[in-house]
Design a protein around this ligand. Sequence first.
Ligand code: NAD
Length: 348
Amino acid sequence: QRVGFALVGLGHLTLGEILPAFGQCKHAKPVALVSGDADKMAKAAQQYGIKASSCYSYQTYDQLKNNPEVQVIYIVLPNSMHHEFTIRGAQAGKHILCEKPMADSAKQCEEMIAACNKAGKKLMIAYRIQYEPLNRAAMKLVRDKAYGTPKLIQMMNCQNEAHDQQWRHKKALAGGGSLPDVGLYCLNTTRFLLGEEPTEVSAQLYSTPGDDRFREIEENVSFTLRFPSGVISQCMCGYGSFNGKSYAVHAETGTIKMDPAFTYQGLKQELVHAPGGKQVVEQPSNPHKQQFALEMDHMAECVRGNKTPYTPGEEGLQDQRIMEAIYQSAKENRPVKLPAVSKLDAFR
Ligand code: NAD
């Protein structure tokens, strides 16, 4: 018997990626929907074999507590709604899988963790990259020091966000601009690859004057993370330039490149090193596993086996704390020290 999921929010990600991905899941299945658009929901329900009685509005969301088929609620709403819907979901007695970024502030993240703990329910943040096979292979190469000690990392995640009136350009719904949306991949993936926590950040922000999209939120962010091992990771994210979604980890005797690293499909890895003095470039094959299916199956297995997810709420909280330090650094034009965190990697 697969673990039943309720999907909250029927936007691009749910309809385009998540619902189709259930077809590749071994342990998870969609059993309920929550949306503000009854017609769209009826269509999706019919397509995925979900009962009309298991379709809810944002107002009737709390009635999920009376639906025993639902074990996990997957929250795929605009960022600023994650906090409320996680807490209401936990109070309805369900485990929560919440899209990134976890929330708008560290305080909200702490409240979400507390609500899930109080209800005795699991909380996982949907960091799909940490479940994706090529990125996992890169993590292993870095942590095993396959090419010696890692020294320098470069990460980039930018896209030219459409000019329409979408929530991503509104501070009250998005919490911020390119940083919490796409820059978060650079931050979270650096931490994932290294398995250590940064001790200091320094950052700069820039938004094109007169561009309406960036009246409330930032366009570009450049931030540098320093790690206890000595690694320096230089990250850039943007909302006004053509797609760049790549990284390179430069270690003593080789470089691990991913380009693209953060897309849904078509990820490519390149390993550049010089065994015996002659430079070689290897391109490991991509197992083409569906990232969202792997991520949802992980949550389902954690629920079944009563295990802590690999990317729990604490992981989202740590990223949120670092993003707050990034904004502070840019605002005050100085490096900002981060408090020591030692236990997080125990979750991995
Ligand atoms: P979207 O705009 O396509 O969908 C958002 C949904 O929320 C829509 O169905 C919309 O109707 C609904 N909604 C409810 N209340 C709303 C309100 N007040 N204002 C606007 N919309 C409202 O967005 P999306 O791209 O599906 O993103 C949803 C979430 O998923 C975000 O948190 C985003 O960061 C995350 N996301 C994650 C990934 C990933 O790869 N993990 C990719 C894309 C988006």
